[in-house]
Design a protein around this ligand. Structure first.
Ligand SMILES: [Zn+2]
Length: 81
């Protein structure tokens, strides 16, 4: 388990959820999520956000909104540490 794998998995979670990755990336990140509990927890959180965002907009979130949600999430997490 390397930090780089975690970084990639977290960075691409939305694409993973949206099925926008190639088969190879999907397999690699999917495998990582299964064996890395912190990243899996991150996936759960992102799935919830994704659901909320898609309910609010009825379609895929604009990139800007996605970034805002992510940075809010990061701030919230840093505060709770
Ligand atoms: Zn990880």
């Amino acid at each position: 388990m390397t930090k780089r794998q975690c970084q990639e998995a977290v960075d691409r979670l939305f694409e993973f959820i949206d099925g926008e990755l190639t088969d190879e990336e999907l397999l690699r990140i999917g495998a990582h999520l299964k064996e890395c509990p912190p990243c899996e927890a991150e996936l759960r959180i992102n799935e919830k956000i994704r659901l909320l965002v898609s309910q609010a907009h009825g379609e895929k979130a604009p990139h800007q909104l996605r970034e805002r949600v992510l940075s809010t999430l990061r701030m919230a997490r840093e505060e709770s540490v």
